[in-house]
Design a protein. Structure first.
Length: 53
């Protein structure tokens, strides 16, 4: 019974690969979010400038 509850080494390796892929995706999307936030700030500044004139 105990063997059924434990992951075999292949399953563990697959999980570690999946976790690493998730970390890489998270890092990528954080960078993308940062770019979007910077663009949003830029657009908000432009909006204020146009509202002023």
């Amino acid at each position: 019974m105990e063997e059924n509850n434990q992951l075999n080494s292949r399953q563990k390796a697959d999980l570690f690969v999946e976790i690493e892929n998730c970390r890489k995706n998270l890092e990528f999307y954080r960078g993308e979010i940062e770019k979007v936030e910077e663009k949003l700030e830029e657009l908000e500044k432009l909006k204020k400038a146009y509202e002023y004139y």
